[in-house]
Design a binder for this molecule. Structure first.
Ligand SMILES: C[S@@+](CC[C@H](N)C(=O)[O-])C[C@H]1O[C@@H](n2cnc3c(N)ncnc32)[C@H](O)[C@@H]1O
Length: 209
């Protein structure tokens, strides 16, 4: 378990090259500045940015054994986990979906200033994003699981990997899924918080009305 900022930074560094670490340092600096103008993350969490945000996002890569996936991140907000993934793996095609105007501008600025040419920001509600086949679907603190799956099922294929950090409610949310969806997912322990879980899934979510 990652207990502090040093361990969190080491955890991310083990999965990154030095350019990625430089991008993340610039991201951290810009986030601290931007958070004075808009409420992107809680100011308390900025003191633990490597543990609470960077390592928390980076750990998702351990469930994605793909080289250049098409990755969609739902409700990216300040950029978690999607922008961290793009910083660490600039060769991935990462789509960051975010509906709030100021956050869209923030994400667009970061993608541009960090030179992430394969990342794109889609500034609209997920409901109005044109469908495409996603190899990976991620979402942190986006919506309760049934709604999240409902809104994103159309991006999934039989090969899609789902990585959904769900905090303390992971096991409970999994328990409450219909059986056919329970079979798609399992709960993995988060490396950044002993009480948190990540729902990791695979396959196409079939929505029945
Ligand atoms: C609680 S924040 C989480 C942000 C980020 N994923 C994180 O973990 O720090 C949820 C984000 O989802 C965005 N959002 C909510 N509903 C959305 C929708 N239907 N389509 C796109 N973005 C949405 C919100 O604007 C907000 O930035």
């Amino acid at each position: 378990m990652i207990e502090d900022e040093d361990q969190a930074r080491r955890f991310v560094a083990q999965r990154s090259d030095f350019k990625a670490m430089a991008r993340l340092d610039r991201f951290a600096e810009a986030l601290a500045e931007e958070n004075r103008h808009q409420n992107l993350v809680s100011s308390a969490s900025l003191e633990h940015i490597w543990q609470r945000h960077f390592a928390d996002s980076a750990q998702l890569l351990d469930f994605v054994p793909l080289s250049e996936p098409e990755w969609i991140d739902l409700g990216s907000g300040a950029g978690f986990p999607g922008l961290v993934i793009a910083c660490m793996r600039p060769e991935f095609n990462v789509t960051l979906v975010e509906s709030r105007k100021k956050r869209i501008i923030w994400l667009e600025n970061m993608v541009q200033s960090l030179g992430l040419v394969r990342a794109r920001v889609v500034g609209s509600t997920l409901q109005s994003v044109s469908g495409f086949r996603a190899d990976v679907i991620s979402a942190r603190a986006f919506a309760p699981l049934p709604k999240l799956i409902d809104l994103s099922a159309r991006f999934s294929t039989s090969d899609t990997i789902w990585v959904l950090p769900k905090g303390q409610s992971a096991a409970q949310e999994w328990q409450e899924l219909p059986r056919r969806l329970q079979q798609m997912f399992h709960v993995k322990q988060s490396q950044t918080d002993a009480s948190a879980g990540i729902l990791v899934g695979s396959g196409k979510a079939e929505i029945r009305s």
